[in-house]
Design a protein around this ligand. Structure first.
Ligand SMILES: NC(=O)c1ccc[n+]([C@@H]2O[C@H](COP(=O)([O-])OP(=O)(O)OC[C@H]3O[C@@H](n4cnc5c(N)ncnc54)[C@H](O)[C@@H]3O)[C@@H](O)[C@H]2O)c1
Length: 455
């Protein structure tokens, strides 16, 4: 547990302002992570000021409209009506908040290298207006050492030559890392109920960041350093990536033996200790699991150590859409049809059920692979009515309505995302052939017989 260093007037004033809720909190990046965080801190009585480059988000929030549907309209309405929240695109206002929390994307570059450009540019912006008594917290997922390294350097670089140049980290301003554990669509937890790890670059920073989060999160867990918090987030995501890869591999192996992996997982899950279920699918999706593990792989090269588990898991998971497409080809073949010229419908474009997030979704890969083989591919997703360009794909498609006539017109229906809004009874009744990657048709399996293929 960190111990607090000697008394210091700037730190004491900031800590008091945080504790008595007079501090203004700036949230930079109002996406899947930043928006619910702003809401949780706002609910805890803090004044919050959001920053985003996207004017349409700022306009929507001012009108109490939510652009992230799974959070519901009430979140944006509460923020807009309280008088304690506003949002802006003006980054010259970064000096106003006492606390700045950075919730910006940390994607991968073309060659799977970390792209810290959002975080570093933001650090420079913060540096330009840096003033004594600011606490800066990075939430974006990244490799260990970023907060005290690249991010702190960018803040210093931005401050150099300006009024903030003489300010000292740990004395005049403070810096911490706190990983986000948001899981969009999960109903069992909210930002408030998910325990929050906090690691500062020094004990004062940790103490102040913990005090802040206690206003919005029930259980705040201080750790000894920013690096531990950064690495813990990666461990959590690597744990998922590796276990999902393992069940994906088992799905293929057991499938070849005529054994249903879903039934095997259900059976193994009856063990009350030492086992937790992970489920196979058409590949990995989302901003985190397909991307974050490679931040560590890249950093590991610096210390000359391999990350074989991560790379093997990545290899297996990225092959899954190919496996699914092979199953589609085989299933059509069984019906005497070629994939070339066939009509295929992919159900679900979002990467997981009941949300509209399509980042890294394997559905895009499935569509591209099937198109490449000459199929005429369409998709249906009530959350994604038209496709927008994502990192590797720009499909320019619109969602097909799931009517009995539409279902019956396709040679094959491929279930990629098991949204609860889909009418699976209608899918069972009207589809000629179903390839199911999510075990969504479990209840209809007996009736469907050879019209259902698990993949
Ligand atoms: N989405 C999740 O479930 C999740 C979970 C855990 C951790 N994370 C991590 O949190 C971080 C943020 O992810 P996210 O899902 O919220 O991303 P996001 O894309 O939903 O949100 C980012 C926001 O930042 C805005 N933005 C982009 N450039 C900007 C700039 N230069 N200045 C200000 N705003 C800018 C975008 O308009 C967007 O609103 C990432 O590092 C991610 O790995 C995400």
């Amino acid at each position: 547990m960190p111990t607090t260093a000697a008394p210091h007037p700037i730190a004491e004033t900031l800590l008091r302002r945080i504790t008595d809720r007079s501090a203004l909190v700036g949230i930079i990046g109002l996406g899947y992570v930043g928006l619910p965080l702003a809401h949780a801190l706002h609910q805890g009585g803090m004044r919050t000021l959001g920053f985003d480059v996207d004017q349409s988000k700022i306009d929507a929030l001012a009108k109490g409209k939510n652009y992230l549907k799974h959070f519901g309209e009430s979140m944006a309405q509460e923020l807009a009506s309280s008088g304690r929240f506003s949002a802006t695109t003006q980054f010259t206002r970064l000096a106003e908040p006492d606390v700045l929390i950075v919730c910006l994307p940390t994607p991968l570059g073309k060659h799977h290298e970390p792209d810290l450009s959002y975080v570093e540019n933001c650090g420079r912006d913060i540096g330009r207006t840096l003033r004594p008594g600011q606490l800066i917290i990075l939430e974006s997922t990244t490799y260990p050492g970023t907060t005290g390294g690249e991010f702190a350097d960018a803040i210093r670089e931005g401050a150099s030559g300006g009024p903030g140049a003489s300010l000292r980290l740990g004395h005049d301003y403070f810096l911490a890392f706190s990983p986000e554990r948001e899981d969009p669509g999960r109903k069992s937890h909210t930002t408030r109920t998910i325990p929050k790890l906090v690691g500062g670059v020094d004990p004062r920073s940790t103490e102040m960041a913990c005090a802040l989060y206690r206003h919005g999160v029930e259980n705040v867990v201080p750790v000894r350093s920013a690096e531990i918090a950064e690495a813990a987030k990666l461990l959590e995501n690597i744990f998922r990536a590796v276990n999902i890869a393992m069940v994906n591999e088992l799905k293929i192996v057991l499938g070849a033996m005529g054994i249903d992996v879903w039934e095997v997982i259900e059976a193994a899950s009856t063990k009350p200790f030492g086992f937790m279920p992970f489920y196979p699918g058409p590949g990995l999706g989302g901003h985190c699991i397909p991307i974050d593990p490679f931040y560590l792989t890249w950093k590991a090269k610096e210390v000359g150590r391999p990350t074989r588990f991560i790379e093997l898991a990545g290899e297996i998971n990225t092959q899954m859409p190919h496996y699914v497409v092979d199953r589609v080809v085989g299933a059509l073949n069984q019906q005497g049809k070629a994939v070339k010229g066939s009509q295929a419908l992919v159900l679900g474009l979002a990467y997981k059920p009941d949300i509209d997030d399509t980042r890294e979704s394997p559905s895009f890969e499935l569509i591209e692979l099937l198109r490449h083989l000459g199929a005429d591919v369409h998709y249906s997703d009530p959350f994604v009515l038209r496709t927008a360009p994502v990192r590797k794909h720009d499909l320019g498609m619109t969602s097909v309505e799931l009517t009995p006539q539409n279902l019956a017109s396709f040679d094959v229906v491929i279930i990629s995302t098991n949204h609860s809004a889909f009418d699976y009874a209608a899918v069972a009744k009207h589809s000629r052939l179903i390839v199911d990657t999510r075990n969504a048709m479990k209840a209809f399996a007996a009736d469907l017989g050879p019209r259902l293929v698990k993949a």
